[in-house]
Design a protein around this ligand. Structure first.
Ligand SMILES: [Mg+2]
Length: 118
């Protein structure tokens, strides 16, 4: 079973994503900030990380930089709120980014594509 780490500072978003991804057949763990995310990279060993950009402490882009620094070669899916979009996101070494939406179909499709599970 592929493992996904959901990183977001908002609990209701983590739970929304977790429920959906568990339903899709993944094992899911959560982290509410960047430091916990980096810890769980080692302890949980996810196959993919969904990463909120806007978080207090270290933000998603810094977490992404530190993940790549560790040479952990796993897909990272950046999640942005509407309006945070920046044209240069693709220079930040994420494998994909999507705009957060109540409709989770794009998230689900992107996760399956990155993991090759569909
Ligand atoms: Mg946030």
């Amino acid at each position: 079973m592929k493992k996904i780490l959901v990183v977001d500072d908002e609990e209701h978003i983590r739970e929304l994503y977790r429920d959906e991804l568990v339903e899709q057949g993944f094992e899911v763990d959560q982290a509410e900030d960047g430091f916990k995310a980096l810890e769980k990279l080692t302890s949980f060993k996810p196959d993919l990380v969904t990463l909120d950009v806007k978080m207090p402490g270290i933000d998603g882009l810094e977490v992404l930089r530190r993940i790549r620094e560790k040479d952990v070669n796993i897909p990272v899916l950046l999640l942005t709120a509407f309006g945070e979009f920046r044209q240069d996101f693709n220079t930040w070494a994420s494998d994909a980014y999507i705009v957060k939406s109540a409709n989770l179909s794009e998230l689900v499709d992107t996760v399956h594509t990155l993991l090759g599970t569909r």
